[in-house]
Design a protein around this ligand. Structure first.
Ligand SMILES: *Cc1c(COP(=O)(O)O)cnc(C)c1O
Length: 381
């Protein structure tokens, strides 16, 4: 029997080979905080995306908080957000004093649509916060007029979507506030980190202050003067030079990483065509650098436990937020979210997996789904 140790993990970081040296070099420079490497990483990201400016932050969670404040969110404002996301998205909304209003999704993509957003809009809505689930861009241009008319800004949670496209445009270049994550298992990792793509130079300046305790001067300027100016409240959320060095090493090889993630997702899609009980969540693979590979299945909890017992590292992205105790005050019924959340199963998805591993995962899944369907029909298993 062949063993498949890589299938035991749902996700893991992918290192391109240059990171260890990059960290050693950054340590030798001796500037561990926000430093020249951080600014170099910002320039490299801006160049990669084709935008004027990128603001790095210590995490995507803090990037979301900063983006919401830059968008003008004030305490009491309402932010439209899908329940189907990592809880960090909702915590960011609450941390800046706003109220989340949960939006339902299209089960086929796990993303909000123009229709579900329209149904959730109220007079208090200040920001629309779509989540680019699985890396898939969320195109809400159909709502552009409504949003402009009501003065609603768009902040994207693109934690999954670094490298993806919306039509012909890279995510991050469509004119909204885009928040990326460079956490351990994201498409590109800095170990921990995030970045904001601002809409304007004013946004960029505000974001830079908010990530640096409200201080106006750059790090380089502060060294040369006897004082600094605190303009606003702010977080302590700069990206360290050591983390930035890892990001630079990752970015240099990102086109290869992106292709490999697409190839892995396509290998799963081809294999899952022969697994009748599993419905693949569609990520629009031509335009997407996929973050995960998610299927919807009946008897999800039982399938999950059985696969785990067989050493296959399945996961769930995500338990819905509107059912969490901490978010109960903002609960409202979300039929599509609730139905599909009970079916979601994330298959092992990382670049340590071979085609043979994918075959092992999908054939094992097929056997288990078949056994479950027999027992639902009162069969012998
Ligand atoms: C990872 C993730 C975040 C948070 O990113 P961090 O960099 O870990 O703070 C936010 N939203 C989604 C959808 C995520 O997957």
């Amino acid at each position: 029997m062949t063993v498949h140790p890589e299938t035991a993990r749902n996700a893991r970081p992918y290192l391109t080979g240059q990171e260890t040296e990059a960290i050693a070099d950054a340590l030798a420079v001796g500037q561990f905080g926000h430093g020249p490497a951080t600014e170099q990483f910002e320039h490299a990201l801006a160049q990669f995306l084709g935008v004027r400016d990128v603001v790095t932050v210590s995490s995507c969670t803090d990037t979301l908080k900063i983006a919401l404040l830059v968008a003008g969110v004030r305490p009491g404002d309402e932010v439209l957000v899908p329940s189907q996301t990592f809880c960090a998205t909702v915590q960011a909304v609450l941390t800046v004093g706003a109220s989340p209003r949960f939006v339902d999704i299209d089960p086929d993509t796990q993303c909000v649509t123009a229709r579900t957003v329209q149904d959730a809009l109220t007079a208090r809505t200040r920001v629309l916060l779509p989540v680019l689930y699985g890396g898939r861009a969320v195109d809400l241009t159909a709502l552009a007029d409504v949003l402009t008319e009501r003065g609603i800004a768009v902040v994207e949670d693109a934690a999954h979507a670094f490298g993806s496209f919306q039509g012909e445009q890279p995510v991050g270049t469509t004119g909204v506030l885009t928040c990326f994550s460079f956490g351990p298992i994201k498409n590109l990792t800095c170990i921990e980190g995030g970045a904001l793509v601002p809409r304007t130079p004013e946004d960029a300046q505000a974001a830079r202050r908010l990530r640096t305790l409200g201080i106006g001067q750059t790090q380089a300027d502060r060294i040369r003067t006897t004082t600094y100016t605190v303009h606003s409240t702010g977080f302590r959320a700069t990206l360290s030079a050591v983390h930035a060095a890892v990001g630079l090493a990752q970015l240099a090889r990102f086109p290869q990483t992106a292709r490999a993630r697409q190839d892995l997702w396509r290998a799963y899609a081809a294999a899952l065509a022969d697994v009748p009980g599993a419905t693949l969540v569609d990520v629009d693979i031509e335009r997407t650098v996929p973050f995960n590979c998610v299927v919807r299945v009946a008897d999800r909890d039982r399938v999950f436990v059985t696969l785990r017992d067989l050493g296959i590292g399945v996961g769930v992205h995500y338990p819905p937020n509107h059912l969490q105790p901490a978010f109960r005050p903002w609960h409202r019924p979300l039929p599509a979210t609730e139905t599909s959340a009970a079916q979601l199963l994330s298959l092992p998805f990382h670049l340590g997996l071979s085609d043979d591993d994918v075959h092992h995962v999908t054939t094992t899944l097929d056997k288990i789904l078949y056994a479950c369907s027999l027992s639902r029909r009162g069969g012998t298993r």
